[in-house]
Design a protein around this ligand. Structure first.
Ligand SMILES: [Zn+2]
Length: 281
């Protein structure tokens, strides 16, 4: 009898070991795309109904809407698409040139103020800023503007610029686009520790998985400790990203499925729900 019990126990243990880590993920996981551009210069790559269809077929139930110029964001808000929660961010760009020049052009501050009057914005960005370029007075103005109105900042920046942004106003709430691209995970951990109002967005972030798609040990450890501090994004900054949207989301799902369910859900949509006070459905 004892022997049989041991055998049965062994079978149960072996069965548990053989179960794929991501069994929970058989339920389609809703994704919040926290770095989305619907750029139009002058025409978008996809018309609005096609964009909404791309979200639907990928289980994307929420987005940070952001575009150059802001017209694309207005359209996404006005669409009131069923099953799509839209969180609009003010883009401080009118044209591609503004990516380089926004931080020294006073007209951009006016643009931010005027856009804000629409009343529905939850953030400022994505904007690009590097090194001591972040010291420009207009950058501080933009950071202060965001803090005074309880807006998030979506910043595409290097680490020196990130530190300057927080130096401008320690109350800033910053979503770090691409989580520094290649900043060592150990340093990312320190920054998350130092700045409680810092979140990492993971598009183009290198090193999260190896070339076979397996979650890297250092990222698994980072997510175990800080699963409440990361969000996903498509960063559809060029047409190719729209073309590759399905693959981008498939790749996210592949490594999310290697995490415990609670961590994966936070990164997929739970953190966005907490930050922006809404729900993906
Ligand atoms: Zn972007």
């Amino acid at each position: 009898m004892l022997k049989l019990t041991i055998v049965v126990r062994s079978i149960v243990v072996v069965a548990a070991m053989l179960a794929p880590a991501g069994v929970w993920a058989q339920q389609p996981l809703k994704i919040f795309d926290a770095h989305l551009h619907y750029n139009q210069e002058p025409n978008p790559f996809y018309p609005l109904d096609k964009v909404l269809e791309v979200f639907r077929r990928n289980g994307v139930a929420g987005i940070v809407a952001n575009s150059r110029p802001n017209k694309g964001t207005h359209q996404l808000v006005d669409a009131k698409a069923p099953g799509l929660w839209v969180v609009p961010f003010i883009r401080p760009y009118r044209t591609r040139d503004d990516v380089q020049n926004w931080s020294t052009d006073p007209a951009i501050y006016e643009l931010i103020q005027n856009e804000y009057k629409r009343g529905y914005y939850r953030g400022v960005g994505e904007f690009h800023i590097y090194g001591r370029g972040a010291e420009a007075p207009l950058v501080k103005q933009a950071v202060d503007f965001a803090v005074e109105r309880n807006l998030y900042i979506l910043a595409h920046c290097d680490e020196p610029a990130l530190l300057i942004l927080f130096g401008h106003n320690p109350k800033a709430k910053i979503i770090w686009a691409h989580t520094g691209f290649s900043t060592p995970p150990e340093r990312v951990r320190e920054l998350l520790e130092t700045y409680p109002a810092l979140w990492g967005e993971l598009s183009y972030r290198s090193g999260v998985t190896d070339s076979s798609g397996n979650l890297a040990a250092e990222w698994r450890a980072l997510f175990t400790r800080y699963s409440d501090r990361f969000v996903l994004g498509s960063d559809t900054w060029i047409n190719e990203r729209w073309f590759g949207y399905d693959t981008i989301m498939k790749n996210y799902r592949a490594w999310l499925a290697q995490l415990p369910e609670d961590q994966a859900k936070r990164i997929a949509h739970g953190n966005a729900e907490r930050l922006f006070g809404g729900k993906v459905e």
